[in-house]
Write a protein that binds this ligand. Structure first.
Ligand SMILES: Cc1cc2nc3c(=O)[nH]c(=O)nc-3n(C[C@H](O)[C@H](O)[C@H](O)COP(=O)(O)OP(=O)(O)OC[C@H]3O[C@@H](n4cnc5c(N)ncnc54)[C@H](O)[C@@H]3O)c2cc1C
Length: 389
């Protein structure tokens, strides 16, 4: 159980810095719980990773420490109509993680008991099972693991829907407003938002994605810009969400037939706030598609984009009370699977702030876990099973 010092005010004043899915869901659950909520977003709600990601809503193949939060989030995804008035295009055709080698298959086999223990409907499929169930799959696939109930949602809708619902519950949301600084004050914090008067609050949530700030020293982390593509509509295959365990490609099909897939990395501008696709990525797409869907390898690409995410050394976010500063909560550094957990993160933060504790195990995300880790050279960007959809 994670606990935070109990707050004394009957109606805590909470400031959330960052309006991605994490900040927006925290705003929603805190406002629903009666807190006085102010959210500052430097750009627009959902303008960064939360609004441009692949949309994968997946519990499958996550690190064990990530699963309690992911399971909690899964339940909230199904409550979106009640919470925000829209299902945000949530669809749950299942998730199929695919191995191209026996070594990769061994990784899926090793994860199976983790998934079963967590209560997931997950099963391994051999080459023959795959060929029978998914005859359109590429021939290099050696086997896979299928998780029922996982799927995708529309990232363009979710953070925005949560922020608007938070406003209906009384939260104040300020866009195009960067928080420049935060200073301790008796019993709370003063924040300095650009172009607005300073504001004093009791608690601060640092939901700043790949741009950490706040009073604690930062651990090493690297940033990445996964590249996404969308094709012209092609005949529907009624497929689950697919992903190679190597991370080389992950793919889903929209209801209109467009293939939406990710693979490779774009580049990040020197200001660290903008990213753009690698033009060479376009020439690689037929070969990428060939590995999963040979029959669609030549589908025309109509658009490509990227988004920025942060990777901590263990691939897990910083989530929980600050180790050094009372009233400050970390909630940043969510990489390739933070869209799925986003709704759960907001609910857990609201619980911590409003009740002083949460029953969801957050120990894997402890913001103090890197305190004694010596600094090391950032790892080169590259896919791994934990970080990709
Ligand atoms: C291309 C791509 C594909 C992905 N695919 C998936 C997927 O399929 N499934 C999945 O689960 N996850 C996926 N992810 C990861 C997921 O998108 C992120 O983990 C998640 O969106 C992080 O949400 P966030 O709110 O923490 O960060 P963000 O969405 O980055 O939001 C942080 C916000 O903080 C704001 N901010 C920063 N500093 C300040 C400041 N000083 N003042 C005010 N505002 C500030 C920023 O402007 C930003 O809007 C993907 C990520 C990318 C980039």
């Amino acid at each position: 159980m994670t606990s935070a010092p109990a707050i004394l005010r009957r109606r805590p004043r909470v400031c959330i810095i960052g309006g991605g899915i994490v900040g927006a869901s925290a705003a929603l659950f805190l406002a629903m719980g009666g807190a006085e909520v102010t959210l500052f977003e430097r750009d627009r709600i959902g303008a960064h990773a939360s609004g441009v990601n692949f949309g994968g809503v997946r519990r499958h193949a996550r690190p064990a420490g990530d699963l309690p939060l992911s399971l909690r989030a899964h339940r909230i995804w199904h409550r979106l109509p009640e919470l925000v008035g829209h299902h945000c295009d949530l669809a749950t055709p299942g998730h199929l993680k695919l191995a191209e080698t026996e070594d990769q298959m061994a990784v899926l086999e090793a994860w199976l008991p983790v998934g079963l223990q967590a209560g997931l409907d997950v099963r391994l499929l051999g080459r023959a099972d795959l060929a029978r169930r998914f005859p359109w799959l590429g021939g290099n696939v050696a086997g896979g693991s299928f998780c029922a109930g996982d799927g995708f949602a529309n990232p363009r809708l979710v953070a925005l829907a949560m922020a608007r619902a938070a406003e209906r519950h009384g939260a104040a949301i300020h866009e195009s407003c960067r928080v420049r600084d935060m200073t301790p004050r008796a019993g709370g914090w003063q924040l300095d938002p650009e172009g607005r008067p300073p504001i004093e609050v009791d608690q601060v949530i640092l939901a700043t994605g790949a741009w950490p700030l706040g009073p604690d020293p930062l651990p090493d982390f690297r940033v990445g810009a996964p590249q996404m593509f969308v094709t012209e509509p092609v005949p529907l295959l009624h497929m689950p969400v697919l992903g190679l365990i190597s991370g080389a490609i992950y793919l889903r099909q929209s209801q209109r037939g467009n293939l939406i897939f990710g693979g490779g990395q774009g580049s990040i501008a020197p200001d660290g706030r903008r990213s753009r696709p690698d033009p060479a990525g376009f020439s690689r797409t037929p070969a990428l598609l060939q590995r999963l869907l040979p029959g669609r390898a030549n589908a025309a690409i109509i658009r490509s984009w990227t988004g920025i995410e942060a990777h901590l050394p263990d691939g897990l976010p910083m989530l929980g009370p600050s180790p050094s500063a009372e009233g400050v909560f970390h909630a940043w550094g969510f990489c390739g699977h933070g869209f799925q957990t986003g709704p759960g993160v907001g609910e857990v933060l609201a619980e911590l702030i409003l009740t002083g504790q949460t029953a969801t195990d957050l120990s894997a995300f402890d913001p103090a876990r890197f305190a004694t880790v010596p600094r090391r050279a950032p790892a080169p960007p590259g896919p791994d099973m934990e970080s990709l959809t």
